[in-house]
Design a protein around this ligand. Structure first.
Ligand SMILES: [Zn+2]
Length: 55
């Protein structure tokens, strides 16, 4: 699972496919609401706010 900004979405998709050998689902974080999980404050690859959850 990756939380990334728009710039690193493509990278996260590649990493996901490499690791799990199947296509991920991508969700826009601003369209999701979790009660038990807070998305990280930063993209995993840079300091920007993450926009997408790749799962
Ligand atoms: Zn990023």
């Amino acid at each position: 699972m990756y939380c990334v900004c728009k710039e690193h979405l493509e990278l996260a998709l590649d990493l996901f496919v490499d690791e799990y050998e199947e296509a991920p689902d991508v969700y826009a974080l601003n369209e999701l609401k979790f009660t038990a999980w807070e998305p990280p404050a930063q993209c995993e690859r840079c300091g920007e706010a993450p926009e997408y959850l790749v799962i």
